[in-house]
Design a protein around this ligand. Structure first.
Ligand SMILES: [Zn+2]
Length: 302
C-alpha cells in the first residue's frame, strides 16, 4: 500500500531524516503553545515517566523549542524541564488533523467519520496533547510501542542522551575521523553504533557506504584519512537529501501532516539484494553484519 504521495514503502524504522522531518513539521504545532490536556493510554514501557506524573508535569507548561539529537526529539518547556520523545520502530507523531491512508492500515476507521481520510485516534494513540488555545491537538501513535516518552526535570541528566555520540548531521570531519579511524569493527557496525555517531540506522548506513564505495566489512582502522572524509561527506549528503525529500517511506512512518516521504525512489542498495547494481550491473548482495541485514555491491564497494 502506498500513501497519498505515492511511491513504494520499504521495511525499516525511522532514522535521523525521518525524525528531523517530524521535528520540522511538528515544531510549529508545539512551540509557543501551552499544554492544557494530556491524555494517555494505561501505564506501559512506552512511558518512561508514568502517565500520572507526565500529566502533572506537562499541564500548564508552554513549549519553548523542539530540538533533536540523533533519533531523539527534545522538547524544551518554559520551566526548564524537557520532554524526550523517541519514535522507536513504528512511532508516528501527528497532528490530529493528519490525513493518510497509512494511519488507517492497522486501525479501524472511525465509524461515524464524516471525512473518510481523517484519523480519529485509536488504541495505539498513546499520548494526546491538547492546548490552551483549543487548536489542533498533537498525537503520538505507536502500534508496536517501542517508542518512548520521558519527562526530565530542569537540569536533570538523561542517561539516554548522555550515551549518544555526536549527531551525524552536524559532526565535524576531525571528530568523525577520530571516532571511526581508531576502531577495528566493520564500518557497517561503526555507523550503527549510536554511542559513536547518533542518527544513522540500517537504511542510511548501507546507502552511505555504497556512495562512498566502501565495503561494509572494512574496518575503521583500514580507512585512509581521505576515505574517512569521503564517507562523512556521503553520510551527511544522503541525510540532507533524504530530509529534503521528506524522508523515506518506511512501512509505518508518516510525517506529522500525514504525508509520505519521497526518498524511497533514491535508495540504491537497501532492500535491493539480487537486483543489478545501478552503476556496474553486478548483482547486489545481502550479508548479515552483527545481526543486521546489510546490502552492498561486491564490485563497487571495496
Ligand atoms: Zn556496482
Amino acid at each position: 500500500m502506498t500513501g497519498l504521495g505515492g511511491g513504494a514503502t520499504v521495511p525499516g524504522v525511522p532514522e535521523l531524516p525521518e525524525v528531523e522531518v517530524t521535528r520540522r513539521r511538528v515544531a510549529p504545532l508545539l512551540v509557543d503553545r501551552e499544554i492544557a490536556t494530556v491524555e494517555t493510554t494505561k501505564p506501559s514501557g512506552f512511558f518512561l515517566t508514568p502517565p500520572a506524573t507526565l500529566r502533572r508535569r506537562l499541564v500548564g507548561r508552554r513549549v519553548t523549542e523542539l530540538g533533536r539529537h540523533g533519533k531523539y526529539l527534545i522538547g524544551g518547556l518554559d520551566d526548564g524541564s524537557r520532554l524526550l520523545l523517541h519514535l522507536g520502530m513504528t512511532g508516528q507523531l501527528v497532528s490530529a488533523s493528519a490525513r493518510s491512508p497509512r494511519l488507517f492500515r492497522v486501525s479501524d476507521r472511525h465509524p461515524m467519520a464524516t471525512d473518510p481520510w481523517r484519523f480519529a485516534g485509536d488504541r495505539h494513540t498513546h499520548l494526546r496533547l491538547g492546548f490552551r488555545d483549543l487548536g489542533e491537538e498533537v498525537w503520538f501513535r505507536d502500534p508496536r510501542r517501542f517508542g518512548r516518552v520521558e519527562w526530565l526535570a530542569p537540569g536533570a541528566v538523561s542517561p539516554r542522551l548522555a550515551k549518544l555520540g555526536l549527531d551525524a548531521l552536524v559532526v565535524d570531519p576531525a571528530a568523525f575521523c577520530a571516532v571511526i579511524q581508531r576502531r577495528r569493527a566493520p564500518l557497517k557496525a561503526l555507523l550503527l553504533d549510536q554511542s559513536l555517531l547518533a542518527g544513522v540506522g540500517n537504511i542510511y548506513a548501507d546507502e552511505a557506504l555504497f556512495r562512498a564505495r566502501l565495503h561494509p566489512l572494512r574496518s575503521g582502522t583500514q580507512l585512509s584519512h581521505p576515505a574517512a572524509l569521503a564517507l562523512l561527506a556521503s553520510i551527511q549528503g544522503i541525510l540532507l537529501e533524504a530530509i529534503d525529500r521528506g524522508g523515506t517511506s518506511i512501512s509505518d512512518f508518516v510525517a506529522p501532516d500525514g504525508t509520505d516521504g519521497g526518498f524511497s525512489a533514491n535508495l540504491r542498495v537497501y532492500q535491493r539484494a539480487g537486483m543489478p547494481c545501478l552503476i556496474c550491473g553486478t548483482v547486489l548482495m545481502r550479508i548479515v553484519v552483527r545481526g543486521r541485514s546489510t546490502h552492498f555491491c561486491p564490485r563497487c564497494q571495496r
